[in-house]
Write a protein that binds this ligand. Structure first.
Ligand SMILES: NC(=O)c1ccc[n+]([C@@H]2O[C@H](COP(=O)([O-])OP(=O)(O)OC[C@H]3O[C@@H](n4cnc5c(N)ncnc54)[C@H](OP(=O)(O)O)[C@@H]3O)[C@@H](O)[C@H]2O)c1
Length: 164
């Protein structure tokens, strides 16, 4: 299994405000959609709420919460810890692919950074106000392996980091 963060952050590391994305960048949303489609996504309960607490099409959702929540949807599973999320993903990779995406939010990115193999990081070259941040990438453990720059609707880059 490959564990991959997918995240978009501003240059001041903001990823969210009031449980929403602070920007609207269509190409980045398309990148997220195309990258995660057909795969398992692990996320925190607040991020699941931010997408309307219902699954996105053609993806398996593993949602981490301390609450006793029961899923009524076949593509949504609630678990109590990050470790449990990874264990729950293992038997599903045969159907949903070896690359498992960790899609936020701030709490889950922070807790999973030590076990992450790869990071798709979109950096928007602007400051935004927000209440949720992406943690520092430990550059002694990761290296930048790809960069693709864009200008529309704001300057931003798609970066790929891999564990050394
Ligand atoms: N820009 C991006 O790429 C991106 C991506 C994703 C999300 N976001 C943004 O990030 C924000 C949400 O992030 P967030 O940090 O507030 O919340 P989050 O990480 O999505 O979810 C936090 C919740 O996860 C559960 N949780 C966290 N750690 C746990 C643990 N160790 N054991 C069990 N459960 C645990 C708890 O759920 P319970 O309270 O239910 O117990 C906690 O309240 C939103 O603004 C969203 O729009 C941005």
């Amino acid at each position: 299994m490959i564990l991959t963060h997918v995240t978009a952050m501003s240059q001041n590391r903001v990823i969210g405000t009031q449980n929403k994305l602070p920007w609207n960048i269509p190409e980045d949303l398309k990148f997220f959609r195309d990258t995660t489609k057909g795969h398992i996504m692990i996320m925190g309960r607040k991020t699941f709420d931010s997408i309307g607490a219902k699954p996105l099409p053609q993806r398996f959702h593993i949602v981490i919460t301390r609450q006793d929540l029961q899923s009524t949807h076949p593509l949504v599973k609630y678990v109590k810890t990050l470790d449990e999320a990874i264990e729950a993903a293992k038997p599903l990779t045969a159907q949903w692919g070896e690359e498992v995406f960790i899609v936020g939010g701030g709490e889950i990115y922070k807790q999973s950074m030590p076990v992450t193999d790869k990071i798709y990081l979109t950096v928007i070259y602007k400051d935004f106000e927000g209440d949720t941040y992406y943690p520092e990438v430990p550059m002694d453990k990761f290296e930048l392996v790809a960069q693709s720059d864009r200008t529309d609707p704001v300057p931003f880059s798609f970066l790929t980091y891999k564990k050394k």
